[in-house]
Write a protein that binds this ligand. Structure first.
Ligand code: ATP
Ligand code: MG
Length: 428
């Protein structure tokens, strides 16, 4: 695995250096505290580079999500320079420099890919060993994923340092893996998800080599850590690219290994698009809504409204549908419960007004969220929008938010213990 990582000829290859006059990245675009850290490292004789996504984004005229720093100072040396510095990671020591309550600037020492004969005998140690080898800036650039993510901004002379051809790819709006895509995807299958994410976020194209690499290595994503994949999935939603990325993943046979065998339905991607817009508007990502949206197509297949199923049965079916996915990603029971309630809520909305329990349903504090889900689904599936209007009116007149203080607790609707219906003996 490590033997086929990008080979670097450090002796003869020199980077492309773009002087300040030849690029658009200005210090005024860099966060003030990040600049302070860069300058302090530099003043103490260390190399201090802005690295990763922030350089890429600033050169593209976009606002970076965060600013990361690369240096040749060891984590211990960084700690000595900053009172507000904490070393983090079990064996992989990263320096976190804190500013105020909310800001953390990550400073990482340049690293390299170890040579194959350096690896410890115990394969369990490999991961930490790979992460812990300090290297030169050039070696550090080559261990990164895509050429556009390996550009450095040098605080010493404000130049851009490019070891991997990232500037040209940035100009051509091309996402390219550093080294052989098949090898790099086998090293870390989550890079395939990152490729589709950046394609969508930046509106870049993927070369044929990359597409071939994804097609060949897609099954490996099934071995990636579900927790890491889940975090990435949430990131797709935070960036508003989930519909695009997941649809593209499906066409490249990446979706099933990525999501524990999950199969999307006909309107799934159409629904994810407005859901993404909804999150953008509300400023939050609601994982229960995502779960419900992912399964609503299959839910309707199993619980068609025309069949007039009893709500208990609908609830049971919805729960059953969600279980394998929730187990794969080890989602909390509460999340599965919320997603199930959203699906059942949609069912109640879809069958129309006038059913038993309607008043209680309208008063339930979870109902407006289910209504939002229903509204988005009707929109995505070209459903009956008159139904949305009818329920909107009913909610408007009947829904009392549960946090209104003036009301006495209503025991009939809130706490009344359900009388269990005695089930029929099995032999009848
Ligand atoms: P953004 O933060 O905007 O999502 P980013 O490129 O900064 O994009 P991060 O996840 O913050 O992404 O990672 C920072 C940098 O670390 C990347 O730009 C890349 O150089 C490197 N990197 C991250 N993940 C990987 C990976 N799986 N393999 C190789 N390099 C990686
Ligand atoms: Mg980043």
């Amino acid at each position: 695995m490590a033997a086929s990582s990008p080979i670097i000829n450090t002796a003869s290859d020199t980077p492309t250096i773009l002087p300040r006059s030849a690029h658009s990245l200005s210090r005024s675009q860099i966060d003030e505290n990040t600049l302070k850290v860069l300058y302090r490292l530099h003043r103490h004789g260390h190399l201090a580079y802005l690295v990763g996504g922030s350089v890429r984004d600033l050169l593209l005229g976009r606002a970076p999500k965060d600013f990361d720093i690369g240096t040749d100072a060891t984590p211990q040396q960084v700690k000595k320079l900053f009172r507000n510095c904490f070393l983090v990671g079990r064996r992989f020591r990263l320096a976190h420099i804190r500013f105020g309550r909310d800001q953390v600037i990550e400073v990482a020492t340049f690293r390299r890919h170890p040579h194959p004969d350096e690896f410890p005998e115990d394969p369990a140690e490999h991961k930490f060993f790979v992460q812990n080898q300090f290297g030169t800036p050039r070696e550090d650039a080559f261990r990164r994923d895509f050429t556009i993510n390996a550009l450095f901004y040098n605080i010493a002379d404000f130049s851009i340092v490019d070891h991997v051809g990232g500037l040209k790819d940035l100009e051509n709006r091309q996402l390219r893996v550093i080294g052989d895509p098949q090898v790099r995807f086998a090293e870390d299958p989550v890079r395939m998800m990152r490729a589709l994410e950046f394609r969508a976020r930046l509106n870049f194209s993927l070369d044929a080599n990359m597409l071939e690499g994804i097609t060949k290595q897609a099954p490996l994503l099934a071995d990636a850590s579900p927790a890491r994949v889940r975090e990435k999935l949430m990131q797709f939603f935070r960036h508003g690219v989930a519909a695009d990325v997941l649809q593209r993943s499906q066409s490249l046979a990446l979706l099933q290994p990525m999501m524990g065998g999950y199969q999307a339905g006909e309107t799934t991607f159409k629904l994810l698009e407005p859901l993404n817009q909804h999150f953008k508007k509300t400023g939050t990502v609601d994982e229960a809504m995502i779960l419900a949206a992912l399964f609503i197509d299959r839910f309707w297949q199993k619980c068609p409204v025309q069949a007039s199923l009893p709500i208990n049965e609908v609830m049971h079916t919805a729960g059953h549908l969600l279980t394998p996915y929730c187990a794969y990603f080890r989602l909390a029971h509460g999340l599965r419960h919320q997603a199930r309630e959203l699906l059942v809520g949609c069912y109640r909305f879809a069958r129309g007004l006038g059913h038993r329990g309607q008043k209680r349903f309208l008063h339930n504090s979870a109902t407006p969220r289910a209504f939002e889900m229903f509204r988005l689904w009707i929109q995505a599936s070209d459903g009956d929008s008159a139904l949305v209007d009818i329920w909107q009116k009913a909610l408007h007149t009947d829904h009392k938010p549960s946090d209104q203080p003036a009301r006495q607790p209503n025991h009939r609707t809130h706490r009344r213990p359900r009388r269990r219906r005695r089930s029929k003996p099995a032999h009848v």
